[in-house]
Design a protein around this ligand. Structure first.
Ligand SMILES: *Cc1c(COP(=O)(O)O)cnc(C)c1O
Length: 371
C-alpha cells in the first residue's frame, strides 16, 4: 500500500541525534545544566526575561494557571476550538472553564465573546494561537481592560516562532505556553515551556514543577514532577537552531497552498492578518461541504485514498462528554466553533514535506473538492 502523507511530522537530523547521544554520555540525564541553557535560549529567542521548561505543553498550562492562583470558584475563559488540554488545565486547578466562541475567519478566540463572558469570578483569559497565527492581543487586552484588568496566559502551543506587529510571541502576554510534542514546531520528544517577564510567576512555576520545593528544601505548596530532562533539552537546543529554517519552510509551503487554492470555489484557507508572522503549525482549509454535498468524513476518506492524511482540529471542547456532563455545556453555545468543526481540515504541512509532495496534496485536493 502506498504510504500516507501525514498532516504533521517531526524533523530530526544528524545534529539532533549527536546532541542526544552526547547528553546520554553526560552525568545528568534529568536535571542538569542543559535545562537552563535551553531555557535561556528560548527566552532569548522570544525576547522574554524568564523561561521555565516543563514536561509537556499541558504541564506548561497547568503551571501557568497555578502561578496565577486559579482555584475552586474561579472561572477561566478559553476558546471552544482548541485541544482539550487548554480547558483541562483549568480543571486541574479546580477552576471552571468558560468557553468563548472564535472568529469565523481566523478561528482565534473572538474578543467580543470574551467581553460577554467576563464576570467577577473570571481569574484570567487563555487565548489560543490557532494553527500558529497569534491572536490579536492588543485588541483582546483593550476589550478586557475596558471591563477590568485580567492576566492573559497565551496557549501558544502552535506558535513558537510566530510574531505580531514585528514582535515575537512569548512576551506579549503575562505568560506564554509552548509545546514541544513531535508534531509541534520544534520537539523535545514530550516537553513544554512557559515564558514570562514576571519573576514571581517564574519562581512559582519552578517550585511547582519540582514537588513544590520538597526536593530542594522546604515544600511551600503542592507541586508535581513536571521536570523536563537534560537529554530532552539537548534535543531542544539542537532543534531551536533550526527553528528559523523550519518556519521559513512552513511559510513557503503555505504560500504554495494559498496560490493553488485561490482559484478553487469550494475551499477557503483561513484568513491571516496583515500584522502576523505565522508559524503554520497547521494549514487549515474550510470546505463548502453543503455545496459539494459530501460529508467531511467522506472527503477525508477520498483524500486518504489519494495518499493525503488530514485531521480535524478540533472537536470543540464544550461538546466533549466530560464537559457536557460535568460543566453543563451544550451544543449551540459556541456556534462559530461548532460550524467550523463541520468544515475544517488540516492538510499536510511540515518542514520535510517536499515540493513534490506539496503538489501531490494540491492535486488530490483539486480532484476531491476541485473547481
Ligand atoms: C499540543 C497542544 C497542547 C498540549 O501540549 P502537549 O505538549 O501535547 O501536552 C495544548 N494546547 C494546544 C492548543 C495544543 O495544540
Amino acid at each position: 500500500m502506498a504510504s500516507i502523507i501525514p498532516y504533521g511530522h517531526q524533523y530530526i537530523d544528524q545534529d539532533d541525534i549527536d546532541a542526544v547521544v552526547e547528553a546520554l554520555k553526560g552525568d545528568f540525564l534529568t536535571t542538569g545544566p542543559t535545562v537552563e541553557k535551553f531555557e535561556q535560549a528560548v527566552a532569548d529567542y522570544v525576547g522574554a526575561n524568564y523561561a521555565v521548561a516543563v514536561s509537556s505543553g499541558t504541564a506548561a498550562l497547568h503551571a501557568a494557571l497555578h502561578a496565577i492562583g486559579v482555584a475552586p470558584g474561579d472561572e477561566v475563559i478559553v476558546p471552544a476550538l482548541t485541544f482539550a488540554a487548554t480547558a483541562n488545565a483549568v480543571v486541574y486547578c479546580g477552576g471552571t472553564p468558560v468557553f468563548a466562541d472564535v472568529e469565523e475567519d481566523t478561528l482565534c478566540i473572538d474578543p467580543m465573546s470574551i467581553a460577554n463572558l467576563i464576570t467577577k469570578k473570571t481569574k484570567c483569559i487563555v487565548p489560543v494561537d490557532y494553527a500558529g497565527q497569534p491572536c490579536y492581543y492588543k485588541r483582546i487586552k483593550r476589550v478586557v481592560e475596558f471591563i477590568w484588568p485580567l492576566p492573559i496566559v497565551a496557549d501558544s502551543c502552535h506558535a513558537l516562532g510566530a510574531s505580531l506587529d514585528g514582535e515575537m510571541i512569548g512576551s506579549l502576554t503575562d505568560m506564554t505556553c509552548f509545546s514541544f510534542h513531535p508534531v509541534k514546531v520544534i520537539t523535545t520528544f514530550e516537553g513544554g515551556m512557559i515564558t514570562t517577564n514576571n519573576k514571581a510567576y517564574a519562581d512559582r512555576m519552578r517550585q511547582f514543577r519540582n514537588h513544590g520545593g520538597a526536593g530542594t528544601g522546604n515544600q511551600t505548596a503542592l507541586g508535581y514532577n513536571y521536570r523536563l530532562s537534560d537529554v530532552a533539552c539537548a534535543l531542544g537546543l539542537s532543534q531551536l537552531k533550526k527553528l528559523p529554517q523550519f518556519i521559513e519552510r512552513r511559510r513557503a509551503i503555505a504560500k504554495m497552498y494559498d496560490e493553488a487554492f485561490a482559484e478553487l470555489k469550494h475551499i477557503r484557507p483561513l484568513s491571516v492578518r496583515e500584522s502576523t508572522g505565522h508559524a503554520y503549525h497547521l494549514y487549515v482549509i474550510k470546505i463548502a461541504v453543503e455545496a459539494l454535498q459530501a460529508p467531511l468524513e467522506r472527503i477525508r476518506e477520498r483524500l486518504r485514498g489519494l495518499g493525503v492524511g488530514t485531521t480535524r482540529h478540533y472537536r470543540p471542547t464544550h461538546l466533549m462528554d466530560f464537559y457536557r456532563q460535568n460543566y453543563g455545556t451544550n451544543p449551540g453555545q459556541c456556534p462559530v466553533a461548532e460550524d467550523a468543526y463541520e468544515h475544517i481540515l488540516s492538510i499536510p504541512i511540515y518542514p520535510s514535506l517536499s515540493d513534490g509532495q506539496v503538489q501531490q496534496v494540491i492535486e488530490a485536493v483539486k480532484q476531491v473538492v476541485g473547481l
